[in-house]
Write a protein that binds this ligand. Sequence first.
Ligand SMILES: [Zn+2]
Length: 347
Amino acid sequence: MHPDFTQRQMQAFLEAVHEKEGLPAALQRLREWSIATGYIRPDDLRLNSSFHWPDETYGLTFRAQVNVLRSRYTPQPQLPEVACPICFENIAAPGRENLRAFELTLAGRSYFLHLTPFPLFSGHFVLVQKQHVPMRVDRNSVADLLAFVRQAPHVTACSNSDVEWAGASILSHHHYQIIENLHLPVMDAAPVSELRFRCSRRGAEAAMLHYPCPCIKITCPDAEVFVELCARVIEHWKMAVQGKNTCNLIVMNGPAGFTGYVFLRNPDFRTAAEFQEIKSEGVGVIEMAGEGIYPVPSGDEASRLWSRIRQEGLEIVKGIIRSNSPITREHYADIFRDFAAVLSRAS
Ligand SMILES: [Zn+2]
Protein backbone atom coordinates (compact mmCIF):
# COMPACT_ATOMS: atom_id res chain seq x y z
CA MET A 1 0.00 0.00 0.00
CA HIS A 2 1.43 3.30 -1.06
CA PRO A 3 0.30 6.67 0.36
CA ASP A 4 -0.11 7.99 -3.19
CA PHE A 5 -2.50 5.24 -4.31
CA THR A 6 -5.15 6.54 -6.65
CA GLN A 7 -8.66 5.15 -6.18
CA ARG A 8 -8.06 2.79 -9.09
CA GLN A 9 -4.84 1.47 -7.53
CA MET A 10 -6.52 1.13 -4.15
CA GLN A 11 -9.35 -0.87 -5.67
CA ALA A 12 -6.94 -3.25 -7.44
CA PHE A 13 -4.94 -3.69 -4.23
CA LEU A 14 -8.00 -4.32 -2.02
CA GLU A 15 -9.55 -6.69 -4.56
CA ALA A 16 -6.42 -8.83 -4.34
CA VAL A 17 -6.51 -8.74 -0.52
CA HIS A 18 -10.23 -9.58 -0.56
CA GLU A 19 -9.63 -12.55 -2.80
CA LYS A 20 -6.62 -13.95 -0.91
CA GLU A 21 -7.39 -13.07 2.71
CA GLY A 22 -11.08 -12.18 2.82
CA LEU A 23 -13.18 -9.10 3.51
CA PRO A 24 -11.99 -8.46 7.12
CA ALA A 25 -8.41 -8.11 5.81
CA ALA A 26 -9.53 -5.69 3.08
CA LEU A 27 -11.33 -3.57 5.72
CA GLN A 28 -8.21 -3.61 7.86
CA ARG A 29 -5.95 -2.41 5.00
CA LEU A 30 -8.35 0.37 4.05
CA ARG A 31 -8.44 1.43 7.69
CA GLU A 32 -4.63 1.43 7.94
CA TRP A 33 -4.36 3.55 4.80
CA SER A 34 -7.02 6.00 6.03
CA ILE A 35 -5.16 6.40 9.33
CA ALA A 36 -1.74 6.73 7.65
CA THR A 37 -2.97 9.51 5.36
CA GLY A 38 -4.81 11.29 8.18
CA TYR A 39 -8.27 10.79 6.69
CA ILE A 40 -9.38 9.35 10.02
CA ARG A 41 -7.84 9.95 13.42
CA PRO A 42 -8.89 7.15 15.79
CA ASP A 43 -7.45 8.96 18.82
CA ASP A 44 -10.08 11.67 18.37
CA LEU A 45 -12.70 9.21 19.64
CA ARG A 46 -11.09 9.66 23.07
CA LEU A 47 -12.34 13.26 23.07
CA ASN A 48 -15.90 11.96 23.42
CA SER A 49 -17.47 11.55 26.84
CA SER A 50 -18.89 8.07 27.34
CA PHE A 51 -21.44 7.03 29.92
CA HIS A 52 -22.68 3.60 31.07
CA TRP A 53 -25.76 3.04 33.19
CA PRO A 54 -26.78 -0.46 34.35
CA ASP A 55 -30.57 -0.71 34.34
CA GLU A 56 -32.53 -3.05 36.60
CA THR A 57 -35.81 -2.83 34.69
CA TYR A 58 -34.40 -4.25 31.49
CA GLY A 59 -31.38 -6.11 32.91
CA LEU A 60 -28.88 -4.44 30.58
CA THR A 61 -26.49 -1.49 30.52
CA PHE A 62 -27.60 1.55 28.52
CA ARG A 63 -24.95 3.94 27.22
CA ALA A 64 -24.49 7.44 25.81
CA GLN A 65 -21.72 9.37 24.14
CA VAL A 66 -21.33 13.10 23.77
CA ASN A 67 -19.73 13.15 20.34
CA VAL A 68 -17.18 15.94 19.92
CA LEU A 69 -16.25 15.16 16.29
CA ARG A 70 -19.83 15.41 15.02
CA SER A 71 -20.46 18.57 17.02
CA ARG A 72 -17.37 20.18 15.48
CA TYR A 73 -18.45 19.40 11.94
CA THR A 74 -19.12 22.46 9.80
CA PRO A 75 -19.45 22.25 6.02
CA GLN A 76 -16.35 23.74 4.37
CA PRO A 77 -17.62 26.64 2.24
CA GLN A 78 -14.51 26.75 0.04
CA LEU A 79 -15.22 23.29 -1.40
CA PRO A 80 -17.06 22.95 -4.68
CA GLU A 81 -20.75 22.12 -4.28
CA VAL A 82 -21.38 18.42 -4.69
CA ALA A 83 -24.66 17.14 -6.05
CA CYS A 84 -24.81 14.40 -3.42
CA PRO A 85 -22.61 14.18 -0.31
CA ILE A 86 -22.21 10.39 -0.47
CA CYS A 87 -22.06 9.61 -4.21
CA PHE A 88 -19.00 7.81 -5.60
CA GLU A 89 -17.89 11.09 -7.28
CA ASN A 90 -16.77 12.27 -3.81
CA ILE A 91 -14.02 9.64 -3.63
CA ALA A 92 -10.63 11.43 -3.93
CA ALA A 93 -12.43 14.67 -4.94
CA PRO A 94 -11.14 18.15 -3.93
CA GLY A 95 -11.37 18.49 -0.15
CA ARG A 96 -11.51 14.69 0.12
CA GLU A 97 -8.13 13.91 -1.46
CA ASN A 98 -7.46 11.10 1.03
CA LEU A 99 -10.85 9.45 0.77
CA ARG A 100 -10.54 5.97 -0.78
CA ALA A 101 -13.17 3.27 -1.04
CA PHE A 102 -13.51 -0.43 -1.73
CA GLU A 103 -16.07 -1.46 -4.33
CA LEU A 104 -17.82 -4.79 -3.91
CA THR A 105 -20.97 -6.57 -5.02
CA LEU A 106 -23.54 -7.65 -2.46
CA ALA A 107 -26.57 -9.77 -3.40
CA GLY A 108 -26.09 -8.71 -7.04
CA ARG A 109 -25.94 -4.96 -6.31
CA SER A 110 -22.85 -2.73 -6.60
CA TYR A 111 -21.62 -1.02 -3.44
CA PHE A 112 -18.57 0.86 -2.18
CA LEU A 113 -17.48 1.36 1.38
CA HIS A 114 -15.13 3.72 3.18
CA LEU A 115 -14.29 4.94 6.67
CA THR A 116 -16.28 7.88 7.99
CA PRO A 117 -14.27 10.86 9.33
CA PHE A 118 -17.11 11.39 11.85
CA PRO A 119 -17.18 7.99 13.53
CA LEU A 120 -19.36 6.97 16.45
CA PHE A 121 -17.04 4.04 17.16
CA SER A 122 -13.68 2.67 16.12
CA GLY A 123 -13.86 0.86 12.75
CA HIS A 124 -16.95 2.76 11.54
CA PHE A 125 -17.51 2.39 7.77
CA VAL A 126 -20.26 3.68 5.50
CA LEU A 127 -21.44 1.23 2.85
CA VAL A 128 -23.03 3.06 -0.08
CA GLN A 129 -24.89 1.74 -3.11
CA LYS A 130 -22.94 2.71 -6.24
CA GLN A 131 -26.07 3.82 -8.03
CA HIS A 132 -27.69 7.02 -6.70
CA VAL A 133 -30.99 5.51 -5.55
CA PRO A 134 -33.17 6.59 -2.60
CA MET A 135 -32.82 5.09 0.85
CA ARG A 136 -34.91 1.97 1.42
CA VAL A 137 -35.45 -0.60 4.15
CA ASP A 138 -36.79 -3.80 2.66
CA ARG A 139 -36.06 -7.40 1.75
CA ASN A 140 -33.00 -6.32 -0.28
CA SER A 141 -31.59 -4.49 2.77
CA VAL A 142 -31.66 -7.74 4.71
CA ALA A 143 -30.09 -9.61 1.77
CA ASP A 144 -27.33 -6.99 1.31
CA LEU A 145 -26.37 -6.88 4.99
CA LEU A 146 -26.49 -10.65 5.23
CA ALA A 147 -24.14 -10.91 2.22
CA PHE A 148 -21.77 -8.56 4.03
CA VAL A 149 -21.76 -10.26 7.46
CA ARG A 150 -21.35 -13.67 5.81
CA GLN A 151 -17.95 -12.46 4.60
CA ALA A 152 -17.15 -10.35 7.68
CA PRO A 153 -18.71 -12.01 10.73
CA HIS A 154 -17.02 -9.54 13.10
CA VAL A 155 -19.10 -6.54 11.98
CA THR A 156 -22.40 -5.14 13.16
CA ALA A 157 -24.29 -4.13 10.01
CA CYS A 158 -26.89 -1.40 10.54
CA SER A 159 -29.50 0.36 8.46
CA ASN A 160 -31.21 3.61 9.26
CA SER A 161 -34.67 4.05 7.76
CA ASP A 162 -36.32 5.51 4.67
CA VAL A 163 -38.68 7.96 6.41
CA GLU A 164 -37.64 11.32 7.83
CA TRP A 165 -37.98 11.60 11.64
CA ALA A 166 -38.21 7.82 11.90
CA GLY A 167 -34.55 6.91 12.07
CA ALA A 168 -33.40 8.24 8.70
CA SER A 169 -30.05 9.89 7.97
CA ILE A 170 -29.52 10.73 4.26
CA LEU A 171 -32.75 9.88 2.46
CA SER A 172 -31.63 10.65 -1.07
CA HIS A 173 -28.97 7.94 -1.41
CA HIS A 174 -29.12 4.37 -0.17
CA HIS A 175 -26.43 3.46 2.39
CA TYR A 176 -25.68 1.44 5.52
CA GLN A 177 -23.45 1.75 8.60
CA ILE A 178 -20.86 -1.00 9.13
CA ILE A 179 -19.08 -1.06 12.48
CA GLU A 180 -16.40 -3.52 13.56
CA ASN A 181 -16.70 -5.49 16.81
CA LEU A 182 -19.61 -3.45 18.14
CA HIS A 183 -21.79 -4.76 20.93
CA LEU A 184 -24.91 -2.67 21.58
CA PRO A 185 -27.15 -2.68 24.67
CA VAL A 186 -30.20 -4.13 22.86
CA MET A 187 -28.15 -7.29 22.22
CA ASP A 188 -28.38 -8.07 25.94
CA ALA A 189 -32.18 -7.68 26.05
CA ALA A 190 -34.04 -10.88 26.92
CA PRO A 191 -37.01 -12.09 24.88
CA VAL A 192 -40.40 -11.56 26.54
CA SER A 193 -41.10 -15.19 27.43
CA GLU A 194 -44.68 -15.28 26.17
CA LEU A 195 -43.76 -13.37 22.99
CA ARG A 196 -41.55 -15.94 21.29
CA PHE A 197 -42.20 -17.76 18.08
CA ARG A 198 -40.34 -20.90 17.02
CA CYS A 199 -40.57 -21.55 13.33
CA SER A 200 -41.34 -25.07 12.26
CA ARG A 201 -38.22 -25.45 10.16
CA ARG A 202 -34.50 -24.85 10.24
CA GLY A 203 -34.17 -23.67 13.85
CA ALA A 204 -35.53 -20.16 13.30
CA GLU A 205 -36.88 -18.12 16.18
CA ALA A 206 -38.46 -14.69 16.52
CA ALA A 207 -39.12 -12.83 19.75
CA MET A 208 -40.24 -9.45 21.00
CA LEU A 209 -37.56 -8.14 23.34
CA HIS A 210 -38.00 -6.83 26.88
CA TYR A 211 -36.91 -3.36 25.84
CA PRO A 212 -38.26 0.25 25.88
CA CYS A 213 -39.22 0.17 22.18
CA PRO A 214 -40.67 -2.64 20.06
CA CYS A 215 -37.74 -4.61 18.69
CA ILE A 216 -38.16 -8.02 17.12
CA LYS A 217 -35.14 -10.28 17.25
CA ILE A 218 -34.92 -12.99 14.61
CA THR A 219 -32.34 -15.75 14.76
CA CYS A 220 -31.81 -18.42 12.16
CA PRO A 221 -28.87 -20.55 10.98
CA ASP A 222 -30.25 -20.68 7.43
CA ALA A 223 -29.56 -17.59 5.29
CA GLU A 224 -32.57 -17.93 2.99
CA VAL A 225 -35.07 -18.44 5.80
CA PHE A 226 -33.46 -15.59 7.76
CA VAL A 227 -33.95 -13.12 4.88
CA GLU A 228 -37.53 -14.31 4.38
CA LEU A 229 -38.49 -13.90 8.05
CA CYS A 230 -36.88 -10.45 8.49
CA ALA A 231 -38.43 -9.30 5.21
CA ARG A 232 -41.91 -10.45 6.28
CA VAL A 233 -41.67 -8.51 9.55
CA ILE A 234 -40.51 -5.33 7.75
CA GLU A 235 -43.12 -5.65 4.99
CA HIS A 236 -45.96 -6.36 7.42
CA TRP A 237 -45.13 -3.34 9.58
CA LYS A 238 -44.68 -1.00 6.60
CA MET A 239 -47.99 -2.10 5.05
CA ALA A 240 -49.93 -1.20 8.21
CA VAL A 241 -49.38 2.58 7.71
CA GLN A 242 -47.88 3.05 4.26
CA GLY A 243 -45.42 5.92 3.86
CA LYS A 244 -45.01 6.31 7.62
CA ASN A 245 -44.30 2.96 9.20
CA THR A 246 -40.69 1.92 8.66
CA CYS A 247 -37.89 0.06 10.42
CA ASN A 248 -34.32 0.33 11.58
CA LEU A 249 -32.37 -2.87 11.08
CA ILE A 250 -29.27 -4.58 12.49
CA VAL A 251 -27.86 -7.80 11.01
CA MET A 252 -25.15 -9.94 12.62
CA ASN A 253 -23.49 -13.29 12.06
CA GLY A 254 -22.50 -15.38 15.07
CA PRO A 255 -21.75 -19.00 15.98
CA ALA A 256 -25.48 -19.74 16.34
CA GLY A 257 -26.32 -18.31 12.93
CA PHE A 258 -27.68 -14.99 11.74
CA THR A 259 -29.36 -12.50 14.05
CA GLY A 260 -31.55 -9.60 12.99
CA TYR A 261 -32.96 -6.79 15.13
CA VAL A 262 -35.93 -5.04 13.54
CA PHE A 263 -36.96 -1.80 15.30
CA LEU A 264 -40.46 -0.57 14.48
CA ARG A 265 -40.55 3.15 13.67
CA ASN A 266 -43.08 5.83 12.68
CA PRO A 267 -42.31 9.58 12.36
CA ASP A 268 -45.37 10.57 14.42
CA PHE A 269 -43.40 9.35 17.45
CA ARG A 270 -40.42 11.59 18.20
CA THR A 271 -38.22 12.61 21.09
CA ALA A 272 -40.39 14.11 23.87
CA ALA A 273 -40.12 17.85 24.61
CA GLU A 274 -38.41 17.22 27.97
CA PHE A 275 -35.39 15.63 26.20
CA GLN A 276 -35.15 18.07 23.27
CA GLU A 277 -32.52 20.22 24.98
CA ILE A 278 -30.25 17.13 25.10
CA LYS A 279 -31.12 15.79 21.64
CA SER A 280 -33.18 17.70 19.10
CA GLU A 281 -32.09 15.86 15.93
CA GLY A 282 -33.65 12.67 14.64
CA VAL A 283 -32.87 9.43 16.46
CA GLY A 284 -31.22 6.66 14.45
CA VAL A 285 -30.53 2.97 14.72
CA ILE A 286 -27.60 3.19 17.18
CA GLU A 287 -29.66 5.19 19.66
CA MET A 288 -32.65 2.90 19.35
CA ALA A 289 -30.19 0.08 20.06
CA GLY A 290 -29.38 1.65 23.43
CA GLU A 291 -26.53 4.15 23.01
CA GLY A 292 -27.54 7.82 23.06
CA ILE A 293 -25.53 10.08 20.71
CA TYR A 294 -25.63 13.68 21.91
CA PRO A 295 -24.03 16.88 20.65
CA VAL A 296 -21.69 18.71 23.02
CA PRO A 297 -23.79 20.99 25.24
CA SER A 298 -23.00 24.61 24.41
CA GLY A 299 -24.05 28.14 25.26
CA ASP A 300 -25.22 29.52 28.61
CA GLU A 301 -26.91 26.28 29.59
CA ALA A 302 -23.91 24.03 28.90
CA SER A 303 -22.99 23.24 32.49
CA ARG A 304 -26.61 22.59 33.49
CA LEU A 305 -27.02 20.23 30.49
CA TRP A 306 -23.79 18.36 31.34
CA SER A 307 -24.97 17.77 34.89
CA ARG A 308 -28.40 16.72 33.65
CA ILE A 309 -26.73 14.10 31.39
CA ARG A 310 -24.61 12.87 34.31
CA GLN A 311 -27.40 12.77 36.88
CA GLU A 312 -30.45 11.74 34.83
CA GLY A 313 -28.62 9.98 31.98
CA LEU A 314 -30.32 6.61 32.33
CA GLU A 315 -33.82 8.11 32.34
CA ILE A 316 -32.89 10.34 29.39
CA VAL A 317 -31.56 7.54 27.18
CA LYS A 318 -34.55 5.29 27.94
CA GLY A 319 -36.96 8.23 27.61
CA ILE A 320 -35.63 9.10 24.15
CA ILE A 321 -36.01 5.48 23.00
CA ARG A 322 -39.49 5.24 24.51
CA SER A 323 -40.72 8.50 23.00
CA ASN A 324 -39.54 7.43 19.52
CA SER A 325 -41.45 4.20 19.91
CA PRO A 326 -44.77 3.85 18.04
CA ILE A 327 -46.06 1.13 20.37
CA THR A 328 -46.21 1.08 24.15
CA ARG A 329 -45.34 -1.98 26.21
CA GLU A 330 -48.98 -2.97 26.89
CA HIS A 331 -49.51 -3.40 23.12
CA TYR A 332 -46.41 -5.54 22.44
CA ALA A 333 -48.49 -8.73 22.74
CA ASP A 334 -51.12 -7.58 20.20
CA ILE A 335 -48.54 -6.59 17.63
CA PHE A 336 -46.47 -9.70 18.16
CA ARG A 337 -49.51 -11.95 17.63
CA ASP A 338 -49.85 -10.40 14.15
CA PHE A 339 -46.18 -10.93 13.38
CA ALA A 340 -46.28 -14.54 14.59
CA ALA A 341 -49.18 -15.20 12.21
CA VAL A 342 -47.22 -13.66 9.31
CA LEU A 343 -44.09 -15.64 10.22
CA SER A 344 -45.93 -18.93 10.55
CA ARG A 345 -47.19 -18.53 6.98
CA ALA A 346 -43.62 -17.79 5.85
CA SER A 347 -41.88 -20.65 7.61
ZN1 LIG B 1 -25.72 10.09 -4.30
